[in-house]
Design a binder for this molecule. Structure first.
Ligand code: ZN
Ligand code: ZN
Length: 214
């Protein structure tokens, strides 16, 4: 059995591999490996587009209702999504602490600790998050008074009672809430008009109109 000497291609040091029977994942020596690979891959900055009206967050190519309490929660979530921890790291623990700088900037202080190739390492990165306030597609359509169908709440030969009108509107709003909870961002009540002959409900989609009319 002969043992071939290995040398680090970067610094030229002889490499002792005996302790790693599973084989190295990089030809570099311990020291060069640790300086070459960060424990954490963090973006320089993260931009988050939020709807200033309803708090929805733009992700990928669509708006998503996140139900966040405030934007620091959103910032922490988005930064966490964007961070990449080294695949070979073990026993990784981390925390992200948000610091509100001003209305549109949140600094997130991320600290990590883990074990890389048997060496305990810690790393701290600060990722600034810029919050861009916009109007989401739905709020834009609500504000624009867009609607696709009108459901007229009427009674024969009389005006529907206040109770009947109230119930019809509540039913429409309940249905919208159910659809929203199921991820449908297109359903909304655009306008409610109380008329002498009854109630007019302007609804965003014909499908919603058909379901409310039942
Ligand atoms: Zn080296
Ligand atoms: Zn919105």
């Amino acid at each position: 059995m002969s043992r071939s000497e290995e040398f680090c291609p970067r610094c030229g040091d002889a490499i002792e591999r005996s302790g790693r029977p599973s084989g190295p994942d990089s030809p570099l020596c311990e020291e060069c490996y640790l300086s070459e690979y960060d424990l954490v891959d963090a973006p320089d900055r993260v931009e988050v587009r939020v709807c200033g009206r309803c708090g929805a967050v733009h992700r990928g190519n669509r708006w998503v209702d996140v139900g966040a309490e405030d934007y620091t929660d959103v910032a922490v979530e988005e930064v966490t999504e964007a961070l990449g921890v080294h695949v070979d790291a073990e026993s990784v623990s981390w925390q992200v602490a948000p610091e509100q700088v001003d209305g549109t900037t949140i600094r997130t202080h991320c600290s990590f600790s883990g074990v890389l190739r048997g060496t305990p390492v810690t790393e701290e990165v600060t990722v600034p998050v810029r919050i861009g306030r916009e109007t989401c597609d739905r709020c834009g359509r609500v504000a624009g008074g867009a609607y696709a169908s009108v459901v007229q709440v009427r009674a024969r030969d009389r005006r529907p009672s206040e109770e009947e009108r109230r119930r019809a509107e509540a039913a429409a709003r309940d249905l919208v809430a159910d659809l929203e909870a199921a991820g449908d961002r297109d359903a909304f009540v655009s306008e409610v008009t109380d008329r002498a002959e009854g109630l007019d409900l302007k609804l965003s989609t014909t499908k919603l109109g058909q379901r409310v009319a039942r």
